[in-house]
Design a protein. Structure first.
Length: 67
């Protein structure tokens, strides 16, 4: 069973079978491409902005204190 799941997995970048030293990638190139995407923020999870609450509005309407 373990061998079947391993061979059915593909490189997430190009789709080729993975190579042992670079698993789950097929090569250093695909591993580096993935790392670059992480570093540039391409894999960020989208977040919806929270709705404004009454407390937020009250804070923004309050006059700012001067130093």
């Amino acid at each position: 069973m373990r061998g079947e799941s391993r061979t059915s997995k593909r490189c997430p970048i190009c789709g080729k079978p993975p190579a042992e030293p670079f698993t789950p990638f097929c090569s250093r190139r695909c591993a580096d491409i993935d790392l670059g995407r992480w570093l540039k923020g391409a894999y960020a999870i989208p977040v919806s902005e929270p709705e404004d609450t009454d407390e937020d509005e009250a804070m923004s309407e309050r006059p700012h204190e001067k130093d």
